[in-house]
Design a protein around this ligand. Structure first.
Ligand code: ATP
Length: 225
């Protein structure tokens, strides 16, 4: 699965990620907890190739990611839902969802089959499929971003603070969706960031902490304490 070793990232001369080292267990949900500014988004962006790494490595099933340009990382089987969902406002919800599949030049039949899986998991997206990207609420947009990431997440799905800004009812919906996702896509490995340790307790198989750019694995004992 994903193995990150001694990953260092600096932005504008400041060290943001410090020797980040961890391995994700295949098929498990790992939650990365850290305060605002701890480096969660920077870590996901570095894995996706959207922020350059200074040193270190990141490998997915043995394939080195850092030498690959950003556009070659999603095809490696990584889906990424950024914190600010970034939908294309003038595209329909459905066109937003299938966009990464088209960017990857997947055959139409494959795009259709993946879209059906997304709709089976997130039926509310089917209901709103014809609406424009700017015609959905912030919370609904998070669901669309999840569907879009699932189009390409064959191996790894990374969600950046999915609960951020969600109203309680939508947060509950989202948590239920994640549980359904776990049941239906058992081989998929999930990495989810959050600032609060409580929101994802029920879905986490592993918990990591990030503090000022340094990542540690939280032991089950610490979690119980
Ligand atoms: N482009 C940039 N240039 C300089 N510093 C940056 C840049 N992007 C992020 N940072 C800094 O890097 C640090 C980590 O930011 P990051 O967005 O990764 O944190 P985060 O844990 O995701 O928090 P948040 O929940 O606030 O997004 C912060 O101190 C932030 O100010």
């Amino acid at each position: 699965m994903l193995t990150v070793s001694s990953l260092n990232v600096s932005l504008a001369g400041a060290k943001i990620l410090r020797d980040v080292t961890f391995t994700l267990k295949p098929g498990a949900t790992t939650v990365l907890i850290g305060r605002n500014g701890a480096g969660k988004t920077t870590l996901l962006r570095a894995i996706m190739g959207l922020t350059p790494a200074e040193s270190g490595s990141a490998a997915l099933d043995g394939r080195q990611l850092l030498p690959l340009p950003a556009f070659a990382r999603a095809p490696a089987g990584i889906g990424y839902a950024p914190e600010d969902r970034r939908l294309i406002p003038e595209f329909s919800v459905e066109d937003n969802i299938i966009l990464p599949g088209q960017a990857l030049k997947l055959p139409q039949a494959e795009i259709k089959s993946r879209l059906e899986k997304v709709y089976a998991l997130l039926p509310e997206l089917h209901t709103m499929r014809a609406r424009p990207g700017n015609g959905v609420s912030g919370g609904q947009g998070k669901m669309v971003a999840l569907g879009r990431a699932l189009m390409v997440a064959e191996k790894l799905l990374m969600l950046d603070e999915p609960f951020q800004g969600l109203a309680p009812a939508l947060a509950l919906d989202y948590a239920r969706t994640l549980s359904r996702l776990r049941e239906t896509m058992r081989d998929l490995t999930l990495l989810i960031t959050e600032s609060s340790p409580n929101l994802l307790k029920s879905v986490a198989d592993e918990t990591m902490l990030i503090e000022r750019g340094a990542v540690t694995l939280q032991s089950p004992d610490a979690e119980a304490a």
